[in-house]
Design a protein around this ligand. Structure first.
Ligand code: CP
Ligand code: NVA
Length: 328
């Protein structure tokens, strides 16, 4: 369906750049009090099997700003998966709404929604991809870098197998960027994702490096990015194996300094385990003696951290996606 976004690779380079330019325009318009509502009378529904703060709020505020209405169906709020199949739910929602944002586990579920709904479907995160996150991250990188997207180098360190790492890898490859993934071999992106990124890089001129050597990967990076070490839907006992294998990939001041870039910035999709102020953070301290997981408190709270710009940009980029898909 035109206007859908199921995986990052659904968008070609001109489409990504167009969405980023539109998001930047919508951001300026909102700040200047000059936003024009282009989605009056439209209705979107958010079908979320997993929790969310940023993505849910971004869709809801974006829709509201543009004059559209949003319905939220949370993990417990509908018949989906128990009394009603994905195909049936999709057909029902397709009769009432103009678009569906789906967050959940299997990529196949969002594919089924798109196959049956007859309206645009947006992947609001699955185990495999997080394409609205990478759009926000690209907007944030271009804002801070100021140059052409092809001149940007970023290094993802940590769980390179995560949905966020995969989305960044293929989006960076599509855009012709300098992309480095630093992760232990056990947590590097899956082979099919690497193959897709390499294929995209052949035509875009992207430089790709996937390695277990963080020091090499981070040298020359404008941005250093990480994600949680255990993602939503993974078993809690995964922490015991992830901590020893991913601790060398934690973002510290020393890792940022190793970029050798004075303007290096730290990025994270959030939520982040950077202190003991969460239930998980406290448990990791009790069980494993950690004060933080994927990033230190010092880096997270430093001037080099741009994580809340990324969070804000979730809304502007999702708004651009909605406007392109639904405005007349
Ligand atoms: N980054 C992100 O997707 O955050 P939420 O899980 O809060 O939506
Ligand atoms: N990899 C994380 C991203 C959260 C936005 C997860 O899936 O839980």
């Amino acid at each position: 369906m035109t206007g859908s976004l199921l995986r990052d690779l659904d968008l070609d380079k001109p489409q990504i750049l167009d969405l980023l330019a539109l998001a930047a325009q919508l951001k300026r318009d909102k700040r200047g009090g000059a936003e024009i509502p282009r989605l009056v009378g439209k209705n979107i529904v958010l079908v979320f099997e997993k929790n969310s703060t940023r993505t849910r709020c971004a869709f809801e505020v974006a829709a509201h700003d543009q004059g559209a209405h949003a319905t939220y169906l949370g993990p417990e709020g509908s018949h989906l998966g128990r009394e009603e199949s994905v195909a049936d739910t999709a057909r029902v929602l397709g009769r009432m709404y103009d678009g569906i944002a789906f967050r959940g586990y299997a990529q196949d579920t969002v594919r089924q929604f798109a196959a049956h709904a007859g309206i645009p479907v947006w992947n609001a995160l699955t185990d495999a991809w997080h394409p609205t996150q990478s759009l926000a991250d690209l907007l944030t990188m271009t804002e801070y870098h100021g140059g052409d997207v092809e001149d940007i180098a970023f290094c993802f360190t940590g769980d390179g197998h995560s949905n966020v790492a995969r989305s960044l890898l293929v989006t960076g490859a599509r855009l012709g960027m300098d992309v480095r993934i630093a992760a232990p071999t056990s947590r590097q992106p899956p082979p099919d994702v690497v193959a897709a990124a390499e294929n995209a890089a052949r035509s875009s001129g992207a430089r790709l490096l996937i390695t277990d050597d963080l020091r090499t990967a981070v040298r020359g990076a404008d941005f250093v990015y990480t994600d949680v070490w255990v993602s939503m839907g993974e078993p809690d006992d995964a922490w015991a194996a992830r901590i020893p294998s991913l601790s060398p990939y934690r973002v510290t001041d020393e890792v940022l300094d190793a970029s050798n870039r004075s303007g290096v910035r730290f990025m994270h999709c959030l939520p982040a385990i950077h202190n003991r102020d969460t239930a998980i953070g406290a448990r990791l301290h009790r069980q494993f003696g950690l004060d933080s997981a994927e990033v230190t408190e010092e880096v997270f709270e430093s001037k080099r951290s741009i994580v809340f710009d990324q969070a804000e940009n979730r809304m502007h980029t999702i708004k651009a996606l909605l406007v392109r898909a639904l405005a007349g």
